[in-house]
Design a protein. Sequence first.
Length: 92
Amino acid sequence: MNRALVIAYDCDIAEAITYQLDKAGLSVKVARTGEEGLEAARKGVDLVLLDLNLPGMDGLEVCRMIRRQNGTSHVPVIIVSAHTDVPITVSA
């Protein structure tokens, strides 16, 4: 696993996560919207770090779409969010 995708609208969150992943030796791409993230994931990644708070398509919908597509259904998704009151249920 060496290609990570960070999908986060907030620049500070994306930068902090990217810094840590880069420090760990991963190649990191950043997407600012769900649509950009889905396109980047389809091109091939080994790990997705996904913020729930995205403009347009929210993070849970992005996760559902990643799970439904043959080319990305195997990719681990880690949800990162500052929200503490959001129940998370993702099914394909």
